[in-house]
Design a protein around this ligand. Structure first.
Ligand SMILES: NC(=O)c1ccc[n+]([C@@H]2O[C@H](COP(=O)([O-])OP(=O)(O)OC[C@H]3O[C@@H](n4cnc5c(N)ncnc54)[C@H](OP(=O)(O)O)[C@@H]3O)[C@@H](O)[C@H]2O)c1
Length: 266
């Protein structure tokens, strides 16, 4: 499984939101590829469990940074904690969503979401790109969502934050590919993680739900090959096909789906 990712990109991978779901899986799969991992999230005990598992299973070094990335100056704190470590891969993964009618969201949660989902990824990329450029190698993954492929009534702010990640990844792919830096936007569809509980989404998506390990594998296989990737054939079909329907129809269908998810879990 080790195929010189440390030589290709650099010794350390920095993974935000590493305490659960896709972030934990990014940490495991990158450790398996021979990278040492910087784990960032707010829940220290969870990060310690992930670090222990990385040590036991892959024998890689880890650094834990307990940090709320929605806070002002959080990226400065991360940068100083990372110090001289060579960050070869940055995984901008931490994020959350809120399902519901826009005016019912607490204002503080709306700004927290925009800061975590948009400001932190942009600032982290800005912080670590210069050293990647200097070394002529590196990679950045922005975790977007299928919610970025059409507006999402009753998931409004979240969908908009994910458009930011989709476009950031695609733009930086073009800007830095000639400098040896691989940038990718990853768009998962419904994936079984804690995300839905945090978002207030009662839906389960049943057998259609993807598993974190599959989604992360899709990202790592496509890194350096394409600017963006949607996990899963069905999700790719939906993102593509909505272009052929009138906008009003797409908005009302997406809105009904999100409302049902919130209210009934169906
Ligand atoms: N699951 C899905 O269906 C799905 C679909 C499309 C896209 N995504 C995207 O995938 C990414 C990962 O989500 P997930 O599904 O793995 O959800 P998750 O299991 O809820 O994980 C979210 C991670 O973000 C961290 N986080 C939350 N708030 C934070 C903050 N203020 N500061 C630092 N870290 C914070 C959490 O750690 P702490 O709570 O310990 O801080 C956790 O590690 C997100 O960007 C999400 O938008 C998920």
């Amino acid at each position: 499984m080790k195929n010189n990712w440390d030589t290709k990109y650099g010794k350390w991978a920095l993974v935000t939101g590493a305490s659960s779901g896709l972030g934990t899986e990014f940490a495991y799969q990158l450790a398996q590829k021979g990278l040492d991992i910087i784990l960032i999230a707010r829940r220290k005990e969870r990060l310690e469990e992930v670090a222990e598992s990385i040590d036991n299973n892959y024998g890689r070094e880890t650094q834990i940074i307990v940090q709320d990335l929605s806070l002002q100056d959080s990226v400065e704190m991360v940068k100083s904690a990372v110090g001289e470590r060579e960050v070869g891969i940055l995984i901008n993964n931490a994020g959350f969503g809120l399902v519901g009618q826009f005016h019912t969201f607490e204002n503080s949660r709306v700004s927290e979401m925009v800061k975590l989902n948009c400001v932190a990824p942009a600032e982290l990329a800005h912080a670590f790109l210069p050293q990647m450029i200097e070394r002529g190698k590196g990679a950045i993954i922005f975790v977007a969502s299928t919610a970025a492929y059409q507006a999402t009534p009753y998931f409004s702010v979240y969908g908009a934050t994910k458009v930011f990640n989709l476009f950031m990844g695609e733009s930086l792919w073009e800007e830095y590919r000639k400098e040896g830096i691989d940038v990718l936007s990853l768009s998962p569809g419904y994936t079984e993680t804690e995300f839905h509980q945090v978002a207030g989404n009662k839906g389960s998506y049943g057998a259609g739900a993807a598993q974190s390990h599959e989604v992360v594998a899709t990202a790592l296989v496509n890194l350096g090959k394409v600017p963006s990737v949607i996990h899963g054939k069905w999700n790719r079909f939906l993102a593509f096909s909505q272009k052929f329907f009138p906008k009003k129809f797409v908005l009302s269908t997406t809105g009904k789906m999100m409302k049902n998810m919130r209210d009934t879990g169906n």
